[in-house]
Design a binder for this molecule. Structure first.
Ligand code: PPS
Ligand code: ADP
Length: 408
């Protein structure tokens, strides 16, 4: 028998999957077909006419074809569900999903209950469900209490948890619950939708599935991002070998440590290749692995408010974009610094004699000689170090950090 395909969906797809499996997205039992998607987008209905506001879809690798089953895993490797692929439409695949006995973990996992379970415990009569993505202030709490009293309804608080702020929303719900006698809290992994109307309708659908007779949409959270000097930051240098990345990166690290005020991690290229990426070659695939590993560590540093400096060649635009996304996903900022020193100058410097060897054909796939370098079009700073002192180059980067408020 052929081994079943496996796939790890992205965070948003996994959240939708959990809602499909729990019944919170009833009547849906799987990812939508293209016919359903078209009808939802055009008329807010499924192909069979049932009202439904948002296309719930999943992207799967092209290799997984209709008729196949695929095990959907979370990033930590737990098998969450089996999907039977019924249709493919470009990247998207459609088909029903069936729950596997995945262990429940994650903050407040005990509060992620199924609608069926919750409905059993609801008192008879009306239920006012409050979906919330942020804390409820006291006027809102008073409003909810008054509405519930008027409707003679019980209160069900549904913190919508997705992403980094998820646990904080549950804490806010538990706090609100303490102020609303008789209320209960159930965490629901509903990712926000871009269109506010669709978002609201989807919240209503989910609330009804949890037994709500009335829905109260908690106010949109006021997001006040911390000031830049408190936010995590990834400073990512890219450029040819010998362009000056490591020299400037080290100069930047030293200058930041001398000033104080920020914790700094420098992911030195040689150290990375020796430890984190030991054994990797310079094939496209291995370079991508290398850059993703660097991005992963840098994002972890930045998640906790640190400043990470990295200086690999990182020749591919797509992979650099991935690292930017990894940093932004954890609420950090990302600055791409392109050290654009031209090949001729890098080759003239030829500090390690590598260009000579590459020209002699002794090093295959050498960036700039026999391997590509995709010039960034999205760099926050571009520096050609030809005829420039190291101090000036470091100052230019420091200026960028100062002008954006990342250092004071
Ligand atoms: N084939 C080939 N192409 C490019 N570079 C090569 C190659 N083989 C070895 N080296 C040496 O490895 C350093 C680049 O490693 P990186 O990890 O930064 O490369 S990448 O981002 O994964 O493409 C690079 O170091 P720097 O000079 O510091 O950039 C080279 O010294
Ligand atoms: N303005 C400058 N900035 C950075 N490096 C410079 C500059 N001018 C000359 N160099 C020299 O260029 C070389 C760059 O090497 P390195 O920093 O190891 O490059 P990379 O890390 O990009 O391979 C060093 O020998 C450095 O002294």
């Amino acid at each position: 028998m052929e081994a079943m395909s496996e796939w790890t969906p992205d965070a948003r797809e996994l959240a939708d999957l959990e809602l499909l499996l729990s019944g919170a997205f009833a009547p849906l039992t799987g990812f939508l077909t293209s016919a359903d998607v078209d009808e939802v987008v055009a008329h807010g209905r499924l192909a069979d006419g049932t009202s439904w506001p948002d296309p719930i879809t999943i992207a799967l690798p092209e290799s997984i074809q209709p008729g196949e089953q695929v095990t959907l895993r979370d990033p930590e490797g737990a098998s969450v569900a089996v999907m039977t692929v019924r249709e493919r439409d470009g990247h998207h695949a459609a088909g029903p999903v069936e729950a596997l006995d995945a262990p429940a973990y994650g903050p407040f996992a005990r509060l992620r209950r199924t609608p069926e379970d919750v409905r059993k415990e609801l008192p008879d009569g009306e239920t006012l469900a409050v979906t919330m993505r942020g804390p409820l202030d006291s006027p809102t709490l008073d409003d909810i209490a008054a509405t519930a009293e008027e409707l003679e309804a019980g209160i069900l608080l549904l913190p919508l948890v997705f992403g980094e702020s998820g646990p904080a929303v549950v804490r806010a719900a538990l706090k609100a619950s303490a102020a609303l006698p008789g209320s209960s809290v159930v965490a629901v992994p509903l990712a926000p939708r871009e269109d506010p109307e669709i978002d609201l309708e989807l919240r209503e659908h989910v609330a009804r599935n949890y037994g709500a007779t009335e829905h109260y949409a908690g106010p949109a959270p006021v997001v006040i991002p911390g000031p830049p000097h408190r936010r995590g930051l990834v400073v990512f240098f890219t450029g040819l070998s010998g362009s000056g990345k490591s020299t400037i990166a080290r100069g930047l690290r030293d200058a930041l440590l001398e000033r104080g005020g920020r914790t700094v991690t420098y992911l030195d290229g040689d150290v990375v290749r020796r430890l984190l990426s030991a054994g990797l070659t310079f094939s496209r695939e291995d370079r991508d692995h290398n850059i993703r590993r660097i991005g992963f560590v840098a994002a972890e540093v930045a998640r906790h408010g640190g400043l990470a400096i990295c200086a690999p060649i990182a020749p591919y635009a797509e992979t650099r974009d991935e690292v930017r996304a990894m940093a932004e996903e954890v609420g950090a900022d990302f600055l791409l610094v392109h050290i654009s020193t031209p090949l001729e100058e890098c080759e003239r410097r030829d500090r390690k004699g590598l260009y000579a060897k590459a020209r002699a054909g002794l090093i295959p796939e050498f960036t700039g000689v026999s391997d590509p370098y995709e010039e960034p079009e999205d760099a926050e700073l571009t520096l050609d170090t030809t005829g420039m002192t190291v101090d000036r180059a470091v100052s230019a980067v420091l200026n960028l950090l100062t002008s954006g408020g990342w250092i004071r």
